[in-house]
Structure formats: C-alpha cells, structure tokens
Design a protein around this ligand. Structure first.
Ligand code: ARG
Ligand code: ZN
Length: 844
C-alpha cells in the first residue's frame, strides 16, 4: 500500500484528447468519456486505468465493446498496438459523496475536487499528474450555471460545452453546476487579452464578492509585473462552495473555493479573514503558472508547485501590505505548525519519499517549509539571478510535468552554482539547530556557527545543509556598524570574521528569519533587551521581544518567578513609540503561544505541564495590564479608526492593536468598554474581538445570545460563534463547552467548516485538549470515529492534533494512547486516518 518515489515509472501511453459528457442527476450521474490513447514504443498491450466507486455501464475500444477486469482500484484491459479510442460510460452518486472528493453536491450545487486523486471517482482514467491532455467537456443538467475548465464553446438551455486548450493533468479538471449568481468583472492583460472574470456564489452571497474580485485583479496585475506571467484564457471563474475539505483549488480557469476563503464583507468578516481571502485568491491564481502550466511529475514533487506558490503569494502579500508584519506572521505560523510537525512523529522531508495516502502530505512541511526553501534559494543567489532562473524555468518547462531536479537545474544553469548540497533541504527531514558563539580579539570580531540536525526515521544520517544566515552588527551605542549580509553556513562548524571595528559589537543574526532553523543558544537577557530597543531589522527586533517573553514565561513556570520587569519595560517603550506601525506593536504585545512554550520545555528535556503554562500566560497578561495601566487608555483611543471601515493594512493594524489593548483594559477596568464596543461595532473585527473579551471575562452571556440571534442565518459567521466559545473557555470547561455545542441544532458536523470550528478550536486549545482528566482527548476521538466513514480527509487532518502526545506526563500519555488505540481499533478505518494515527501512535 506504500508508494515510493524511487519506483516512479512513466505511463505507457500519451493522450491526444479527452472528451467528457456529463448527464447530471443527484444519485445517478452518467459520465461518458472518449479518450484518444497513443501507446509509447515501450508500452505493453494491456493497460490499467484508475477508477474508484464507479459503476461501469459500458466500455468500447475503437467502437467495439470490451469487457475489462474491474477491481476496487480500477480496471485492466487489453488494448491494440497502435493509437485507439477508449470510450466508457460510468454511473456515479454525487449526492452520497460525503467525502467531498470527486463529483459531489454542496447545498444543491454540483462541484468537484480532484486533487490529488479524485478524478478516478469520476471516470476511468490514468489519474496521475504526468499524463496531460486537452479536455472538451459537455454538461447536461437543468441548472442555470454549468461550468468547466477553459473557454466556453456553447451555452444553451440545460447544456453547455467547454474546451480547455491547455493540456492538463486530470487533477485540474473541474465541473460546477447549480443555481448560482455571478459577480462579474473584467481584466485586460498587458498584451491586450480581455478576460472575463466571474465570482459565482449562492443567491444571498452577492454582497460578499467585491473584495475577492479586487484581490483577483490585483493578483493578475502583480504576476504580470513581478514574474512576467500573463493569464492565458478568455475567462477566469471562481466558485464559492460551502462544503470543502481545504481552502481552495486551482483548477484550470475554474478555481473552486471554500466559501470561507473567498466570501468577505465588513459586517461578517474580520480583518484576518480579509487578509486570508486576499492571500488564497492570489495563491490559487498564481498556480495558473506554477502548478498548471508547469505541473508535477508525481505527487512526491508536490512542493514544486506548492512551495513555490506559497512563496509567490507571500511576496504578493508583502507588497500589498507590510512586509515586516507578513514575515512575523509567517514565522509564528511556521513555528507553530511546521516545527511541531518536523519535531514529532509526522516529520517528513519537503519532498517525501514514500506515502500511503497523498492527501496526508498536504502539510506545513510541503507548503510552508517548501516556501522557506525557495526564500533561502533567492537569498543565496540574489534577486536578479532568481528572476533569471524563474524566466528560464517558465521558458524551458512550460507544458511539462516536472521534478525538483528540473527546478534546481534552472538555478544551476543560470548561476553556475552547484546546488547539490542545497538539495538536502528537500531530502532531509527535521529542523536544523544552530549554535552561535562570538569572539572579540584585537578589533577582529568572529562569529562561529555550528549546525546540527537530529537523526530521524526518514533521515537517519543527516548531513550539513546550506544555511543562509543574514547578519548585521550593532555598536553598543545602538548604531548599526555592519549592515545585513548573508553568511553562508555550509559546514558543520564555520567561522566568519569582521575586521575594522573599534569596539565589540552586538550581533543580530538570522535577520528576517533567513532560514527555517532553531537558534539554540540563549542570548544573554541584556542582549535581547538591547536588540528590542535598537535592532534595525524589524523581524529581529520583534524576535528579541518574543525571546524575553518566552524566557520570562519559562522562569515563571519553572520556579514561580515573577514576570520579567526588563521585558515589560522594553515592551512599554515599543508600545508607546508612535513611529512604529500599530500592527507591528500589536505583534510585539502578543505572547508566544502555549504550544510554543510546551515545545520550548520539551526541547530541553522537560515535561510541559499544560495547566502551569496556562497559568503563567494568564499571570503575564495580568502583569501587562498592570504594568501598562497608564499607557493603555491613550493607546486604545489613538487606535480607534474614524474613517469608514476598510480592510487595508493601516486600518487592520490599528484595530489589532486596539483590540489587544481592549483585553488588557478589561482586566483593569471591567467589561464595560468591551460591552460598548460590542454594542456599537459596525464591523466583524470589532464585534468579534469584543465578544472574545467579554467571554474571557465571564461577562459574555448576553452578547453571545444576541450575536447568535443576529447572525443565525449566516453560515460563516456562525462558524465563528461556534469556534469562539471553545477558544475562550477556561481549560477545565473546554471539552464540556465543545460537547454542548455539538448538541446545537446548527452543529452540522458533516460540514468541514462547522466541524473544524468546534474541533479545530478544541485542538488549538493547548490546556483544554490536554486537560488532565483526558476529556479533551476522549471527545475528539469520539468525533473522529464518527466523521471518518463520512469524510476521511478531514478526519485525517484533524488527527494531527495528537502529534505532540508523547511530550506530556505518563498519565496524559496513557489517556491519549487509550484514545488513539480506540480509534485505530475501528473496523474499516480509512486509509487516510489509519496512516496518520499509525505514524502518530508509533513506537519510537
Ligand atoms: N492545490 C490546492 C492548493 O494548495 C490544495 C488542494 C489539496 N486538496 C486535497 N484534497 N489534498 O491550493
Ligand atoms: Zn496550492
């Protein structure tokens, strides 16, 4: 059942064209296919086509009926020597497709999700990304809107035909049919092609389209300006779907989005929601070149398109908003998700070498670490060489299904660099740890770095990697004496010297988080305090504050120390520095997450106590409230936005600072201010933040009720209502709160967004999930068992909540093991979930 990269073999046939004919019907959709196969010289005269959960009605080769051998994975059939036409008719049941993979129904509409291996649930086909062809699709059904990939050929009552001129793998196929309304616009590409843009939504959601459409136009413009990439069809359609396993999907010319990742309005969406919509629209659009025009040879190469496209969308967001704020946010996320993955039982290389279920490898490592690897490559070769390499990549590989080797080769060819060692970033799992030591000797300053990668199951014998460490030096006065430069660490241990300095400098290393590594040795407290006050690199300045916060929390947990006054004083200066972006100050004020603190303890061999971490966090927040008491009212007042709501960076930053301050003010002065904000807010950002503060203060009962009354017919807002109650619950109440919410009439657990609202929030509540009585583990296990037969993909993704279970004390481990074993013992557990849980349960 395990698939290996080393076993890759090309498919024995090329496909010249594909014609698909759909007769839509909820329980008996008929799909007719007509596929022109051309055997390669090496192919044998028997072929295999993938196919799952299909009822084969008829099959013909060159018009003559054939009887293939069918099993649960597909069919085998004898085929002619030369080119031939394969025709098949199958029947499928979209209305019963709760797994949301293949053709399924959501709120009365038909839609598809084919990546990675969903097309085989639509018809028999070589469902692998290296088989590319031109598709023509005809859809018959009594729906006003009938969509597929490419350009429209004809539209009439109850039938539409689409033709996609660009050869593509089956995973990029899409079909949508339903009673939808379009928010229409247009875009003219720089070479003058007029493109019709449509955002299709269910009636009632028309008012939530404008922002996503603007984001699409911004993305199209940006990709032309920065990467020279133009759109290549006459039409670009996006469809919003309520039931969706992931964020969105880049099907050629017909992107399908989870409605949470595209619909947005000020009244119903937070600033964070707007940012996410903008980033995901960009991400899916950018896939048109990095993913669709150039795709992956096989699924082991997933990072080829995902790492690059995440990198591209992060560049876009940095350009549209604040680069520093974006970078800090990305690093917080990387540490919380990717580092956790890389340090636990789910650790795998950016390019994995084996899997059972590919859907389990749409991970933070493939996506986010994959993006970091590209950022490092750009840092190493420089922006100019990066641009040249990308031009060559698009020129050389357009229309192909490629590998990481192809990708690195364009860099080697443009720069003359040997990237053999760099390639280890793709093959070695785990997070490298860096130690830095410095030396000052007769005006020569030396930085010595050592790198270490812990051996793991997939990387038993790690070798040194190429690590770009961006470094600057500051004089004791705070003046920068050596500007940022890239130190290229390639050895296990390596020194870099700086001459011509007159006094011992303070180093600022790993600026901008220039590599996804852990800097291990603790800086002296004064060092971090100095950088918090003076560093010219916004990332490292933030990092210094975060380090002080973390160290103080650790001391509080270990020895009951009081919150560090040095940290609080340094932070007070930053908070009142009005030359700093409010968004940046809000990030400074935030504390490291509780899971991060648990990781820090686990890292040095200590057993984290979730309750102690929770209490330290609470104590620190109270200390912030007390320490900043004088500052807070003014800070709150200064950051009230007077103009009409706009989700731009400037306003969002002010609101995020004001809302962080609101929480502290509530501790000092009680909940009145929060209640007032809740009552008068004209946007979701402020309404929801106020509700969160009220719930935290145990003063949110009425607000919660009125919020529900106000929003009960808005699915996306109600997801927030469900989630927030779990997030804001005290540790001992989390499982009970979640359990109670599952009894709510609107808890539609088959909808992934609703399921995640409750259980994703439970999983993210560190002290609640890991409560000492095991109630968190048990409740999550109950519901994963219930969801698995209905939706394996979403179940398997949620299993990652258990990945840290071995960190905790023996009692918690035993409680968790019981639940893991209980799930694993379920008969017919999906391949998705069993692979995840076997890896997590493990046996280290
Ligand atoms: N390619 C999509 C994206 O990153 C993700 C789709 C993954 N879906 C899945 N079922 N694994 O934009
Ligand atoms: Zn993607």
């Amino acid at each position: 059942q395990t698939v290996y990269l080393k076993d890759y073999k090309p498919f024995g046939y090329d496909i010249d064209s594909v014609q698909l004919d759909f007769d839509l019907s909820p329980h008996a959709t008929r799909v007719k296919s007509r596929i022109a196969f051309r055997p390669k010289p090496t192919s044998d005269r028997r072929f295999f086509l993938h196919g799952e959960q299909l009822k084969l009605i008829a099959a013909r080769i060159d018009g003559a009926p054939v009887t293939p051998q069918v099993n649960a994975q597909g069919l085998m059939c004898d085929v002619p020597d030369g080119p031939f036409i394969w025709e098949a008719e199958v029947e499928i049941d979209p209305a019963n497709n709760t797994a949301l993979e293949g053709l399924y129904m959501s709120g009365g509409m038909y839609c598809t999700q084919c990546e990675a291996e969903g097309f085989r649930k639509i018809t028999y086909y070589p469902d692998r990304p290296d088989v590319m062809s031109v598709f023509t699709v005809r859809i018959n059904g009594p729906h006003p809107v009938l969509l597929s990939n490419g350009n429209p050929v004809s539209q009439a009552d109850g039938v539409a035909e689409w033709h996609d001129p660009w050869p593509k793998p089956a995973y990029l196929f899409a079909l949508v049919a339903g009673d939808l309304v379009a928010h229409a616009d247009e875009f003219t590409t720089k070479s003058g092609r007029k493109v019709d843009l449509n955002l299709y939504v269910r009636p009632g959601d028309e008012g939530k389209c404008a922002f996503g459409m603007q984001a699409l136009k911004d993305s199209m413009k940006w990709d032309e300006a920065v990467y020279g990439r133009e759109y290549d069809l006459d039409i670009f359609n996006i469809v919003a779907v309520d039931d969706f396993n992931m964020g969105a999907m880049e099907n050629k010319g017909l992107n399908v989005f989870n409605s949470s990742a595209v619909l947005a309005s000020p009244e119903t969406s937070t600033d964070m929601n707007f940012q996410r919509v903008e980033a995901i629209i960009a991400h899916e659009y950018f896939h048109n070149w990095t993913g669709n025009r150039i795709t992956c040879r096989d699924w082991f190469q997933l990072c080829l398109k995902e790492g690059l496209t995440v990198y591209r969308d992060s560049q876009f967001t940095s350009d549209m908003r604040s680069a520093a704020v974006k970078r800090i946010g990305d690093v917080i996320d990387l540490r919380a998700r990717q580092f956790a993955e890389d340090q636990g039982p789910l650790s795998h290389p950016v390019r994995p070498e084996s899997f059972q279920e590919i859907n389990n490898f749409y991970t933070a490592t493939v996506y986010e670490k994959g993006s970091e690897v590209i950022g490092m490559l750009r840092r190493l070769v420089g922006a100019q060489a990066y641009a040249e390499a990308l031009d060559l990549y698009f020129e050389r590989h357009d229309g192909q299904a490629c590998t990481i080797e192809d990708w690195l080769k364009v860099f080697e060819d443009t720069t003359g660099r040997d990237l053999g060692q760099f390639k280890r970033w793709y093959s070695q799992a785990g997070t490298p740890r860096i130690k830095v030591e410095d030396n000052w000797n007769s005006n020569t300053y030396t930085l010595t770095f050592t790198q270490h990668l812990k051996p793991s199951a997939t990387t038993p014998d790690p070798k040194p990697q190429v690590i770009p460490i961006v470094t600057g030096l500051l004089a004791p006065s705070g003046q920068e004496v050596v500007a940022s430069r890239v130190l290229e660490l390639t050895e296990a241990q390596q020194s870099f010297t700086f001459e011509g300095l007159t006094e011992r400098p303070v180093p600022s290393v790993l600026r901008g988080f220039s590599a996804p590594v852990i800097l291990e040795n603790k800086r002296a407290q004064e060092h971090a305090a100095f950088l918090l006050a003076h560093d010219t690199d916004p990332f490292n300045r933030w990092e210094a504050g975060r380090e002080l916060a973390r160290d103080s929390l650790l001391a509080m947990i270990r020895s009951g120390a009081a919150p560090d006054l040095g940290y609080l004083d340094g932070l007070a200066k930053v908070l009142s520095d009005t030359t700093l972006d409010p968004a940046y100050r809000a990030l400074m004020l935030a504390l490291p997450g509780q899971t991060d603190i648990a990781t820090a303890l686990h890292d040095v061999g200590e057993t984290p106590d979730p309750d102690a971490i929770w209490s330290a966090h609470e104590t620190m927040i109270e200390a912030q409230a007390t320490h900043f008491a004088e500052l807070l009212p003014a800070l709150f007042a200064q950051n009230q936005v007077r103009e009409a709501y706009r989700p731009n960076a400037a306003q969002s930053g002010q609101r995020s600072l004001a809302n962080a301050v609101l929480r502290l003010l509530c501790l000092n002065d009680g909940p009145d201010r929060a209640q007032a904000q809740f009552d008068t807010a004209d946007n979701m950002t402020q309404q929801l933040a106020a509700l969160a503060v009220l719930l935290r203060a145990n003063a949110g009962k009425d607000a919660l009720q009125s919020f529900e009354t106000q929003w009960k017919s808005d699915r996306l807002v109600m997801d927030k209502w469900f989630g927030l109650q779990v997030m804001q619950a005290a540790p001992a109440d989390v499982a009970e709160t979640a359990q109670a919410l599952t009894q709510h009439p609107d808890f539609n657990w088959k909808n992934p967004n609703r399921f995640r609202a409750v259980f994703g929030s439970l999983a993210a509540h560190h002290a609640g999930l890991n409560s000492a009585d095991g109630a968190g583990y048990k409740l999550l296990a109950d519901w994963l068992i219930k969801l698995d037969p209905v939706n394996p993909q979403t179940t398997a993704r949620m299993c990652a909540a258990f990945q840290t279970w071995r960190r905790y004390d023996a009692e918690r481990q035993a409680l968790c093991a019981t639940q893991l074993d209980r799930i694993l013992a379920v008969p017919d557990l999906s391949r998705d979930t069993s692979e995840m849980l076997e890896r997590i349960r493990g046996d280290r």
